[in-house]
Design a protein around this ligand. Structure first.
Ligand SMILES: [Zn+2]
Ligand SMILES: [Zn+2]
Length: 536
């Protein structure tokens, strides 16, 4: 059994990340006008970053009213059949964290009650036993959240499989059509207000102080720092982004110089990310810039992308763009994909197409594929016709012609979309094409395809890191326990693999609520199955 342990002595923090559509669905479900307590479940992906641990809502599971065996203004208990089904969903999923969430509609800011606290060890143990007896053993985190009427009125904890407290959930990040925002436990969003540098005076008049702060708080990653990427970074540092990660494997060549912002002749032969990092430091030494000289597929690049809050692609390689789109979807990160180019009539110097395009992906919206970015994958003929009509720039095997104006225009359009998105200045278009030959732009709105493997109903959004499944034991067929089995007596000790676990087992000192309910029946049955599985 893989047991996740605490990485250090202080209590680690966890952040729950969810789509705005899921937040709305969840809050309106948990806090209904009847003011009854409700419970919900979710499958969570995770990213093991130093601090905080990020947990992504991959799939919400909301019980119907008939799925509760007990429900009032102060108590809620889903039917064991329903709980078992959610455990089964978790066992067969590729995620490693299970979320239990319930409401305290009687208060604004909710904390766990003593009843709640007594309930969790049994839930963690049931989940652990379920995974073992179903042959789907995996390391997991059991996360639980209680939510009151206020959006910031939540308390959350993550438990390791042995029942020990692993982390506390102190932030909820909400990502979607209207940008990225953070809900901090028991705090108002505008409570912290750092002073703004005088250099932003003229853009604050346009973006507002909160808009400027939102830009400054956003960690940006630019994938592909060629000519276009160098202009993107120049715009980003001017706007006030304070943490910028740069990813590119190439060195600067003489033919890049004309189109490369911030480079001089002396930089030829240096890694492009170093050249842009130096230019950024020269501009403002307080900007934290992280140059990574690697392809986006490399583990070092992946590691550098994960802490970012917004990704900009300036890549000319479709497989790299796919890689970044997948990463963005798994970890619920917005992504702007930029492309610019010139296409000549075959064998001539007649320019057929010249322009730039910006395609925005936000979690919950259509992915790049659904907006026709990858021409080889799942693009329908209709979309290709739309692209052609809009002057979509296609990749080519030959070294294409290029010019600095194209990069400058596309970077400017792109960063304007980024600030529109982050500050809510105006609604950002999801697909924008600028035709430089005829000086007109086209804006398109695509919808996500329900069967898309990235953003569709069974897609990968929020699945987080890939996990290893450990088929250590033979699978045991799981079906509902027979009705005639009797619950354990309160004093009867539970099967425990280690002394640590027995300390979390219900003892004789108090009567735990979960033993009074039908859940006890499930637990008893799971314990028997667990015993039998251990003896095989
Ligand atoms: Zn409660
Ligand atoms: Zn899609």
């Amino acid at each position: 059994m893989v047991v996740m342990t605490r990485r250090n002595e202080e209590r680690p923090k966890a952040r729950l990340v969810m789509k705005d559509t899921d937040l709305e669905k969840l809050r309106s479900y948990l806090l209904q006008v009847d003011r009854k307590e409700r419970a919900a479940f979710a499958l969570l992906g995770k990213a093991e970053m130093a601090d905080p641990l990020e947990l992504y809502v991959h799939r919400l599971i909301l019980p119907d009213d008939q799925d509760y065996c007990e429900q009032s203004a102060v108590v809620v208990e889903p039917r064991p059949e329903f709980v078992l089904q959610t455990l089964a969903d978790f066992a067969t999923s590729r995620v490693s964290s299970f979320l239990h969430i319930h409401s305290h509609p009687f208060c604004a800011q909710a904390s766990f009650s003593s009843i709640d606290n007594n309930y969790f060890p049994g839930m963690v143990e049931s989940l652990r036993h379920y995974l073992i007896v179903s042959g789907k053993e995996k390391g997991f985190l059991f996360t639980t959240i209680v939510w009151g009427q206020s959006e910031n009125g939540f308390t959350g904890r993550c438990f390791a499989p042995d029942g020990s407290l692993f982390a506390t959930v102190e932030e909820i990040k909400v990502v979607g059509k209207h940008g990225v925002r953070l809900i901090r436990q028991f705090q108002n969003a505008d409570e912290e207000s750092e002073p703004l540098s005088g250099r932003f005076q003229r853009q604050v008049e346009f973006l507002g102080e909160s808009g400027q702060r939102r830009i400054q708080r956003t960690r940006l990653v630019v994938c592909g720092v060629g000519g276009l990427g160098s202009f993107v970074v120049a715009c980003a540092r001017g706007l006030g982004f304070r943490e910028i990660t740069l990813i590119d494997p190439d060195v600067l060549e003489e033919t890049n110089l004309n189109r490369f912002q911030g480079a001089s002749r002396a930089d030829i032969g240096k890694p492009k990310v170093e050249v842009v990092a130096e230019a950024t430091k020269l501009f403002d030494p307080d900007i934290k810039v992280n140059p990574v000289c690697a392809r986006v597929e490399a583990p070092a690049a992946r590691e550098a992308i994960l802490p970012a809050e917004f990704i900009i692609n300036c890549l000319d390689d479709d497989s790299a763009r796919i890689e970044v789109q997948i990463l963005a979807a798994l970890h619920l990160k917005p992504l702007l994909d930029l492309g610019a180019g010139i296409i000549l009539e075959k064998g001539t110097r007649v320019v057929r197409e010249m322009g730039g395009q910006a395609v925005l992906y936000f979690p919950g919206g259509p992915c790049l594929f659904c907006q026709g970015v990858d021409p080889t994958a799942i693009v329908s003929r209709e979309i290709r016709q739309v692209q052609r009509a809009a002057g979509y720039i296609q990749g080519t095997d030959e070294t294409p012609p290029s010019v600095v104006t194209l990069n400058a225009v596309t970077a400017g359009l792109g960063l304007q979309i980024v600030i529109n998105y982050l500050t809510g200045f105006i609604e950002a278009p999801s697909y924008l094409n600028y035709d430089l030959l005829h000086n007109h732009s086209t804006q398109l709105n695509f919808t996500r395809r329900p069967d898309c493997p990235i953003c569709g109903n069974a897609g990968i959004e929020g699945r987080g890191e890939e996990i290893m499944e450990l088929p250590l034991r033979k699978s045991v067929k799981i079906s509902l326990p027979p009705a005639n089995i009797t619950p354990l007596k309160e004093t009867e000790s539970l099967v425990s693999a280690t002394p640590q676990e027995s300390s979390n087992a219900p003892g004789s000192a108090s009567t735990y609520r979960f033993l009074r309910t039908e859940m006890a029946r499930i637990r008893t049955w799971l314990q028997k199955e667990y015993r039998a599985a251990s003896q095989r």
